[in-house]
Design a binder for this molecule. Structure first.
Ligand code: PGA
Length: 250
């Protein structure tokens, strides 16, 4: 049985006082919501502050939104896996399409980051997904397959790996993959994971959907057999919306 995972990716949003308020709000509401692993990826500067707030809270886990692959050194502006770990992270998001697009991260860089994250004992949420042009050109499967194979080359994958399918055209646009489109891609991703691992082991890996997930569409998406949770951007900023998405697991 795969435990659902709902992750909030705040991107470059919220100041520390707002983040603290959000955490207090979700801590109040979570006990009444369906069981799920809840992961929050705030900006780096908020992590240690939120970790203190979450000290006695095993329900909410923290994630970095990115990291560099080197363990330390003269890399101005970068942050290491060990730093994320010491700030209280259990997870790190890698390969987000905004990293690929704005910061030119390719599969080889993501591969190095995955290796480094593993050596810092961080769990990885690996994002893959096609652009609209690629979808319209019938390339969705080729793109997703090469992203997965490139990112995971030489990596020992275990069931701590989480994959997020995030069609680029659905991120922050209000467009969402239909539940059928998303399910089809998720099943395809699982089949690729099955060829990297074994088909049996691929059944243990959680595949999240991301891209304009809201309380209005989450129930339909989360109800599909290969959709094991959601990576939520915009709708994770409001605690009510994020909780409504968790509630739709019921
Ligand atoms: P969105 O972002 O929910 O705002 O579309 C999702 C993501 O980028 O992870």
């Amino acid at each position: 049985m795969r435990r659902p995972l709902i992750a909030g990716n705040w991107k470059m949003n919220k100041l520390i006082p707002e983040a603290v308020e959000w955490v207090a709000g979700i801590q109040e509401r979570l006990p009444g919501l369906p069981d799920a692993e809840i992961v929050l990826a705030p900006p780096f500067t908020h992590l240690a502050v939120l970790k203190l707030r979450l000290e006695n809270d095993s329900l909410i886990k923290l994630a970095g939104q990115n990291m560099f692959w080197e363990p330390q050194g003269a890399f101005t502006g970068e942050i290491s896996g060990a730093m994320l770990k010491s700030a209280g992270c259990e997870y790190v998001i890698l390969g987000h399409s905004e990293r690929r697009l704005f910061f030119h991260e390719d599969d080889a860089a993501i591969n190095k980051k995955i290796l480094s994250a593993q050596s810092s004992e961080l769990k990885i949420i690996l994002c893959v997904g096609e652009t609209l042009e690629q979808r319209n050109g019938g390339q969705t499967e080729d793109v997703v397959k090469s992203q997965l194979q490139g990112a995971l080359e030489g990596i020992e994958v275990d069931d701590d790996l989480v994959v997020a399918y995030e069609p680029v055209w659905a991120i922050g646009t209000g467009l969402t993959a239909t539940p059928e489109q998303a399910q089809e891609s998720h099943a395809f991703i699982r089949s690729i994971l099955g060829s990297i691992l074994t088909p049996e082991d691929s059944l243990k890996i959680r595949i999240l959907y991301g891209g304009s997930v809201t309380p209005d569409n989450s129930r339909d998406l989360l109800g599909r057999p290969d959709i094991d949770g959601a990576l939520v951007g915009g709708a994770s900023l409001a605690v009510e919306k994020f909780c409504a998405i968790i509630a739709s697991l019921n």
